[in-house]
Design a protein around this ligand. Structure first.
Ligand code: GLU
Length: 307
């Protein structure tokens, strides 16, 4: 049976070099194995996601030469997210949680993703009569205990006891939106995703996702977490760099494709090329493993491995 893969950008900003490099790696991985590839536009955050950003990301990917077999906007999955909430409730796994960000931080436990771990202080609370729909409070899922060991094909150790290390995740937020952790697990499961290729910044969440998969009887895909492109000041390029469009990077697709290939280690120099040309001898062993600092000076690309 052939693989089903997805590229799942959040529609909270325009595509930047980090988004496009991640998309290229995901596309090369899927196309090199004859997999079905879905573009899932993750648009659940009502404050930060905008439909015009979803459109512009999809356009930029097509312009670069990356094609997808299906395009899904995540908000259309709401009935499936609600059904998953019903199942979690039926299994006694949901509880209301009013802990604020400040309270979680005050508990003083760092999580491996750089944020703060929730200390499960409200675990004994129960949903009101009427269930999760009858409260406006945020809702968390009580994760099963024990270590989860999702498989990372690149050899990254993803094993973790998520209930302790990260704490029970919010599944429905204060603003009523379903959380990334719930939606990603449900949507990967419903679409039959077998391979997830994504940036290493999300690796610490994988065990939480595996625990939610177990609660929802969903299979766990194989994961591959790739390098990140960083700014000179050290932050993830994705977070702080302007859009590729605004930076004038989207003037010639082969030039940009070559620059991206150079950023991830597939080319030594940013020579113009197409994704289809890169596909010919694509292998993960040719992709850099260490994160890389990327900068543009006087129109020239500089790529430096992080020691
Ligand atoms: N939407 C997430 C992002 O843009 C990626 C989620 C995932 O691949 O699981 O960072």
């Amino acid at each position: 049976m052939s693989d089903v893969c997805r590229f799942a950008p959040s529609t909270t900003g325009s595509a930047h070099l980090g988004t496009l490099a991640a998309a290229l790696l995901c596309w090369l991985d899927a196309r090199s194995r004859g997999a079905r590839l879905i573009l899932r536009l993750e648009d659940l955050d009502p404050d930060r996601c905008r439909p015009e950003l979803a459109r512009s990301i999809a356009e930029d990917l097509a312009w670069l030469g990356l094609d997808f077999d299906e395009r899904v906007e995540q908000h259309t999955s709401r009935p499936r997210h609600e059904a998953a909430m019903d199942l979690l409730e039926a299994r006694g796994a949901l509880y209301p949680s009013s802990a604020t960000r400040e309270e979680v931080r005050a508990a003083g436990r760092r999580a491996p993703d750089g944020g703060w771990a929730y200390d499960n202080r409200e675990r004994d609370r129960v949903l009101p009569p009427g269930g999760w729909r009858a409260t406006a409070e945020p809702i968390r899922a009580r994760l099963p205990g024990g270590v989860f060991r999702p498989v990372d094909e690149g050899g990254l150790d993803l094993s973790q006891e998520p209930a302790l290390v990260m704490g029970d995740p919010v599944v429905r937020r204060r603003d009523g939106a379903f959380s990334y952790q719930l939606a990603v697990v449900v949507d990967d499961g419903v679409a039959g995703i077998t391979r997830v290729v994504r940036g290493r910044d999300i690796a610490p969440s994988t065990a939480t996702q595996a625990a939610l998969q177990a609660l929802l009887d969903l299979p766990s895909p194989v994961y591959r977490h790739h390098l990140l492109l960083l700014e000179e000041r050290g932050g993830k390029l994705a977070k702080t760099h302007g859009s590729a469009r605004a930076a004038g990077l989207l003037s010639a697709a082969p030039a940009l494709c070559g620059a991206l290939a150079c950023c991830v280690g597939l080319l030594d120099r940013p020579e113009p090329c197409t994704p289809a040309e890169l596909l010919r001898d694509f292998r993960w062993s040719r992709v850099a493993t260490a994160d890389r600092v990327v900068s543009f000076r006087d129109g020239a690309l500089r790529v430096t491995p992080v020691p």
